[in-house]
Design a protein around this ligand. Structure first.
Ligand SMILES: O=CC(=O)O
Length: 306
């Protein structure tokens, strides 16, 4: 398959770059002065695009690659892929579900533990004793009870936390308490975790009202997408003490992080690293490659979205 042109939209971990380069004719978009320059020189060679959370695939890219037969994103989220355009042109899109679920759920719990037990600001040995609330037993509300939301729920259950959720549909088999309204879920939660996909409907699903309902002792955890949360409102709520704290792996305008968030004490931040473990990045890369190979061999895709 060495002649199959595969375009990577941005730098990714070394394993996926090396493995793609071993198998296909790999083009690295960032080695070209612009997409237009790339498309003019190599557009007809490209059979697949590999995207990631950092750089997705827009309609212009799809329209400029006449032999494109698959878009494969090195991520579970696909909010930055123009799915409508792909559907219109009959181009399948794949993502990397399942393999990263545990890591993202682990990070959600780590952020919560870090905030509750103030691990990241633990007092120095000689400073005055400083007590923190405990995580065990706190009421956890989860927005989005998909694969990742469920994995977070399972972990939180092990901490003795009662679980409630808001989701597009009721997941009766989960046994958790369902809320049709995010505001009510927030009002009854001490920890609110955002784990849903980003769509027009879920943009700013955590707004001023939801933050106020979560309240001055409430903790917000976001491992979904930055735009799920109204960030200027988040900064105000945290600064004014209307919200207790926030653990964030994602931000509205990545890779930028709002200066005010960096200065706040009641905040723990990680730079969108939910799936960045060695094992998971390799599994994600293997899945991307398996999807490309299936496409090139005319076999069924492993993890199609559309
Ligand atoms: O955010 C990470 C992903 O979508 O995989």
């Amino acid at each position: 398959m060495e002649s199959m042109g595969v375009l990577m939209t941005c730098p990714m971990h070394s394993y996926i770059q090396e493995e793609l380069a071993k198998r296909f004719k790999l083009f690295k978009l960032w080695h070209f002065p612009s997409f237009a320059a790339f498309a003019q020189a190599h557009g007809t060679s490209v059979r697949a695009v590999v995207a990631s959370v950092k750089v997705g695939v827009d309609a212009t890219t799809i329209d400029s690659l006449p032999n494109l037969q698959i878009v494969s994103t090195y991520s579970v989220g696909y909010d930055n892929i123009d799915l409508r355009k792909c559907r219109e042109k009959g181009i399948p899109v794949t993502n990397t579900p399942n393999v990263l679920t545990d890591d993202v759920a682990d990070l959600a719990i780590a952020l919560a533990l870090s905030l509750f037990c103030t691990i990241s600001h633990s007092p120095r040995r000689n400073s005055a004793p400083h007590l923190t609330p405990k995580l065990s037993g706190k009421a956890v509300g989860i927005i989005g009870l998909g694969r990742i939301g469920l994995a977070i729920a399972k972990r939180a259950e092990a901490f003795g936390c009662p679980i409630s959720y808001h989701s597009r549909s009721v997941k009766a088999e989960s046994g958790y308490r369902y809320y049709s309204n995010v505001l009510d879920l927030a009002a009854d939660s001490e920890v609110l975790v955002v784990a849903c996909t980003l769509t027009h409907e879920t943009r700013h699903i955590v707004n001023r009202g939801v933050m106020n309902a979560l309240g001055p002792k409430g903790i917000l955890i976001n491992i979904g997408r930055g735009p799920h949360v109204d960030e200027p409102e988040l900064v105000s709520a945290l600064t004014e003490g209307r919200l207790g704290g926030a653990g964030l792996d994602v931000f509205e305008k990545e890779p930028e992080v709002r200066e005010e968030l960096l200065r706040l004490e009641n905040v723990v931040l990680t730079p969108h690293v939910g799936s960045d473990t060695v094992e998971t990045c390799m599994a994600m890369a293997d899945l991307v490659i398996a999807n490309l190979e299936a496409s090139f061999l005319g076999k069924p895709l492993l993890t199609p979205i559309n």
